[in-house]
Design a protein around this ligand. Structure first.
Ligand code: NA7
Length: 556
């Protein structure tokens, strides 16, 4: 049986930075990754059109000046192949690969109270004892969107053509020219893939249940001169990201929505619509997120934009969401998405009117008719945020199952620790600062906090850390209360734990999964906890390993 001081689960953006920090501190650690290589999201999602919605240079790691100096982002919103090359480059540059085991899935992780150890069973082809690993600290960097979910449709296995979830897009090129292709789903993924393949396939039929609000990405190349300027400004760029709620360069408009004239609002929106990235969402008035009237006025502005871009008025109306306002679900950014529907080879099927009844050998059957396809693409989303945790049999102190603890509602301390699950850390967990912000910025924050905790424990002779029940309740109440202000609480989306394909999550009963307080507030809070000697965390030592200086502390 192998023992490690730390086992990191997942070799995505978070896992890579986590192992780098541990190596630098000389803490013995390994990374276990279910995929065949590193990269997480960017290893798996190889569908055409997969790319950042974050400005590339705000997505990259900030920890190494040398890395910042040498990497040239070629596009403002870089695509999957380059993103994967980047992560691979990071791993090679810092010698991280030797610390990683691929094709190795964690089946279970049980905390052994007597030994103060985590006992893992992995699935990597080994048998017997080889499948058992132990570690002192378990760091779950399993990703928030890493468990794809398929519809539960009759006959899915009978389809004779090619079919796949976008997450499992084949590694080898998929021949699409001249093919009849179906895409099911119009979330951020569907919108990217539809826009990209519309002019490359024979016929494209989009099966849309609910449209999403989306706005132009306005991507473009980054020249040598622009990249040189970005390099000069990196400190300033990261400082801006650190002080904005979303962790982006986009700062909200601080003027009151109702304090400016309608013409002033329109002038702002016209400008934002043509700007790159999430500005349309995050540089907007903050009332968009909280005030029905403000949200309705802005939603109507975007609806009008859609009407202007889609030639067939009936199709345009179908592409305008009616059940939620702009920005209360994750806003997909698009490149000529709406124009795709002006093409004669692109067809929109509204499956809220004519639902898909089954998959047939040759295609899809709706309540209205049969459609024949060569390829069916499922862009149907993820068991988001908690899915990766639910897939591992995680048992904490006293055999408590995490899946049971989180069955009806989830609770964490700072999104990084869980009461009853000692020495288990989640640098980018549910309710942490990552999910609702520029992901890597949140990841660096989370990884640094977790790593600092380990360093602190080592310096003080502690070997066991567990969030108190009271601290966890305080944090979870805080996360929950913040939803009360947000219009997003009413929307059925992965931000609120809705997924029509996962039993128990299909009703859209709100689960409080993301922290809505913004990056600066989150960072201030977790830093304050650390500054007070990890207030809210019980720190202890194994028998015989008394902490140097202070006694085990329990500060609720
Ligand atoms: P999303 O945003 O969850 O979107 C999934 C889409 O698939 C959405 O339009 C769903 O419609 C549709 N869907 C899901 N299940 C079905 C079934 N059974 N039948 C028909 N349509 C279905 O996932 P994405 O992958 O697009 O985006 C996830 C995140 O990944 C994204 O926000 C980025 O941050 C990266 P519904 O809305 O449920 O009616």
């Amino acid at each position: 049986m192998q023992h490690h001081e730390v086992i990191v689960v997942g070799a995505g953006v978070a896992g890579l930075y986590q192992i780098k920090r541990l190596i630098d501190l000389g803490i013995e650690a390994t990374v276990i990754e279910a995929g065949g290589d590193l990269g997480g999201t960017w290893h798996w999602n190889r569908y055409p059109g997969a790319r950042f919605d974050s400005e590339s240079y705000t997505y990259g790691y900030s920890f190494s000046r040398e890395l910042l100096e040498e990497w040239h982002w070629k596009e403002r919103f870089s695509g999957q192949p380059e993103n994967l090359r980047y992560l691979s480059h990071v791993a090679d540059k810092f010698g991280l690969r030797p610390y990683m085991q691929f094709n190795c899935r964690v089946d279970s992780a049980h905390y052994d109270e007597a030994q103060n150890l985590w006992r893992l069973r992995v699935d990597d082809g080994r048998t017997g004892d080889g499948r058992a690993l132990t570690c002192r600290f378990l760091i779950l960097a399993t990703g928030l969107l890493s468990i794809p979910t398929l519809p539960r449709l009759k006959g899915m296995e009978s389809f004779k053509g090619q079919s796949f979830h976008t997450f499992h897009w084949p590694h080898e090129p998929v021949e699409m020219a001249g093919k009849r292709v179906a895409v099911i789903g119009t979330g951020a993924t569907g919108i990217q893939v539809i826009s990209e393949i519309a002019d490359k396939v024979g016929e494209l039929t989009v099966f849309q249940r609910r449209p999403n609000w989306s706005a132009p990405l306005n991507n473009g190349p980054i020249s040598d001169a622009e990249m040189a300027d970005i390099r000069r400004r990196y400190d300033e760029i990261f400082a801006t990201c650190a002080r904005t709620p979303g962790g982006f360069e986009h700062e909200p408009d601080r003027r009151g929505f109702f304090e400016v004239t309608r013409d002033e609002r329109l002038a702002l929106w016209d400008r934002l619509y043509d700007e790159p990235g999430f500005g349309i969402w995050l540089r907007n008035f903050k009332e968009i997120f909280t005030d029905e009237k403000a949200n309705a006025e802005f939603s109507e502005y975007i609806a009008e934009r859609i009407r202007r871009r889609v030639k067939d008025p009936k199709v345009a109306e179908k592409l305008i969401p009616r059940d939620h306002g702009f920005g209360v679900q994750r806003v997909p950014l698009e490149t000529r998405y709406f124009e795709a529907y002006n093409r004669p080879n692109v067809h929109l099927v509204d499956i809220s009117e004519t639902p898909i009844v089954s998959v047939t050998e040759t295609g899809l059957r709706t309540s209205e008719r049969d459609y024949d396809f060569d390829i069916i693409v499922y862009a149907t989303g993820f068991d988001a945020i908690t899915g990766a945790f639910d897939r591992i049999d995680i048992q904490g102190a006293g055999g408590e199952k995490l899946a049971d603890k989180w069955r009806t509602t989830i609770s964490t301390f700072l999104g990084m620790m869980i009461h009853g699950f000692p020495n288990m850390l989640m640098p980018a967990g549910p309710q942490s600062g990552s999910a609702s912000t520029n992901y890597p910025r949140g990841i660096e924050t989370g990884v640094n906090w977790c790593t600092d905790l380990l360093e602190y424990m080592s310096a003080h002779g502690y070997t066991r850390a567990e969030a108190t029940e009271a601290a966890e309740k305080r944090w979870t109440d805080h996360v929950t209360n913040m939803y009360a202000m947000m219009l997003m609480r009413k929307a059925k989306s992965w931000f609120t734990g809705y997924n029509s394909n996962v039993a128990g999550h299909e009703q859209g009963t709100v689960r409080y999964l993301v922290y809505n307080g913004g990056a600066p507030k989150y960072v201030n809070t977790i830093n304050a906890v650390a500054a007070k000697g990890y207030e809210g965390v019980v720190l202890g030592a194994d028998r015989g390993a008394a902490p140097s200086g202070s006694q085990p502390t329990a500060v609720a």
